[in-house]
Write a protein that binds this ligand. Structure first.
Ligand SMILES: NC(=O)c1ccc[n+]([C@@H]2O[C@H](COP(=O)([O-])OP(=O)(O)OC[C@H]3O[C@@H](n4cnc5c(N)ncnc54)[C@H](O)[C@@H]3O)[C@@H](O)[C@H]2O)c1
Length: 290
């Protein structure tokens, strides 16, 4: 860093401190303290890819210790290597969350490492014609997208007891406005996540739990990029047409990147959102607004 840049940074810090001391009776904590997650432990599911990976990186930057879960072993190990210098990795768990037994085993293994924050992000969004959906396919979607969230939240609230905590669940714009064809099973699972979020916010708010949800939409991740590639390769015209209609509703005129979701999840997890409860927040480039 150049000398004059260091000076500039110092000047800004001095000016910020001066401002804080001027307003200190009007604010509860500085912005830096409110956004910090130092001293916190966070569980992040689906951490190996896309939105979950970005959340992990942002949370490490904000100072949280990380307990990362994914069924993708290699992706999880790569992320853990990437973040090893930050010193924020507490542990990684290569498990399939669609099996409740795995979830229970995971919570039993935590012992003293009681997490403060739970981010339920893992999910799948396979397309399937409603009339072709069979029981196994339907149940698999619900197991990972909804039931795992249900059991993860239950274990978290049980363990935290009267200490409270923060939960952020990942739903989808498709829960509110089913737009793409062949996703009825998915929309059902993600609507359930909203219902669960609001129910837990109501039941446990007075015990110190804040529970909110994000509704991502049109986020470029390995998951969505694979779908687009498949549609183009398979010349699935119906899907391509829907994608074009979908894009026209993005009032920001572009797809989002996973870090843009991660920043909202960070906001919902730290003290900046201390009075936000039972909220479902779209992070969708304006899709739901148009
Ligand atoms: N990308 C979008 O535009 C978008 C839009 C709406 C909602 N979402 C939701 O956001 C979340 C993340 O999506 P993404 O686009 O980053 O997906 P992604 O496919 O890139 O990443 C999802 C991660 O979850 C993990 N996972 C899937 N099933 C699992 C299981 N049974 N056990 C453990 N881990 C499992 C995967 O291995 C993967 O690492 C999902 O819940 C998805 O439904 C995404």
């Amino acid at each position: 860093m150049l000398n004059n840049e260091i000076l500039k940074e110092k000047d800004i810090k001095i000016a910020q401190n001066r401002q804080v001391s001027t307003y200190k009776n009007d604010i509860q904590a500085t912005l830096a303290d409110s956004a910090s997650l130092y001293g916190k432990k966070t569980i992040i599911t689906g951490a190996a890819s896309g939105i979950g990976k970005s959340i992990s990186i942002r949370f490490a930057e904000a100072g949280s210790e990380l307990i990362l879960i994914d069924k993708d072993k290699k992706g999880l190990e790569d992320l853990s290597d990437k973040l090893s210098k930050s010193g924020r990795i507490n542990s990684i768990y290569n498990i399939d969350l669609s099996d409740k037994e795995n979830i229970d085993k995971f919570w039993n293994s935590l012992e003293q490492r009681c997490p403060d924050i739970l981010i339920n992000n893992a999910g799948i969004y396979p397309f399937m014609d409603y009339l072709k959906v069979d029981r196994a396919f339907y149940e698999k979607t619900l197991e990972i997208n909804l039931n795992s969230v249900f059991w993860m939240c239950q274990n978290f609230i049980r363990l935290r007891g009267n200490s409270g905590g923060v939960i952020v669940n990942t739903s989808s714009i498709e829960a509110v406005t089913p737009f793409k064809e062949d996703l009825a099973h998915y929309s059902v699972s993600k609507s359930g996540v909203i219902a669960l979020t609001k129910s837990l916010a109501r039941d446990y708010g007075r015990k110190g739990f804040r529970v909110n949800a994000v509704l991502p939409g049109a986020i470029k991740t390995p998951g969505t990029e694979n779908l687009i590639k498949k549609a183009i390769r398979g010349l699935q015209f119906k899907l391509i047409k829907t994608a074009l209609d979908f894009n026209s509703r993005l009032t920001l005129g572009r797809w989002g990147n996973p870090d843009e979701v991660a920043k909202v999840v960070l906001f919902l997890s730290c003290d900046l959102s201390s009075y936000v409860q039972g909220a479902v927040i779209p992070v969708d480039g304006g899709f739901l607004s148009s």
